[in-house]
Design a protein around this ligand. Structure first.
Ligand SMILES: [Cu+2]
Length: 126
């Protein structure tokens, strides 16, 4: 029997953990709302962060409170963790996509990975 890793933390949804599924190259999630309705749908997101080769690829900026999809294409697990302010700490298993909510407060949030402290990025919220 295969076990899926099913973890859920506050405001975090892990919806793809199957190792085989996410290994395809060029698999970027569709980005942004195509219709301006139903912001309550849990699978909707408006920005995405990619983690690949032990680095973050972040959008230029995201809206306060935006739902952000984080896709980890590495074979190692990573996290998106606020270094100072922000208070988010998102586990992103290898090959998984996880959605989290951006801080409501505009600002520049330094991010890192708790497993690989050399990973660094900035999430700009405005
Ligand atoms: Cu990492």
């Amino acid at each position: 029997m295969k076990g899926y890793v099913m973890r859920s933390t506050h405001r975090i949804l892990i919806f793809a953990t199957a190792a085989g599924m996410a290994m395809m190259t060029g698999c970027t999630p569709p980005n942004g709302p195509s219709s301006a309705a139903s912001p309550s749908a849990s699978a909707a997101w408006e920005a995405s962060i990619a983690i690949k080769n032990f680095g973050f690829e972040v959008p230029a900026s995201v809206r306060p409170g935006a739902m952000i999809a984080v896709t980890n294409t590495d074979s190692a697990p990573h996290t998106v963790t606020a270094k100072g302010k922000g208070g988010f700490d998102v586990d992103v298993p290898a090959g998984a996509t996880v959605i989290f909510k951006a801080p409501d407060e505009p600002g520049e949030y330094a991010i890192t990975c708790t497993f690989h402290p050399q990973m660094a990025g900035t999430l700009a919220v405005k």
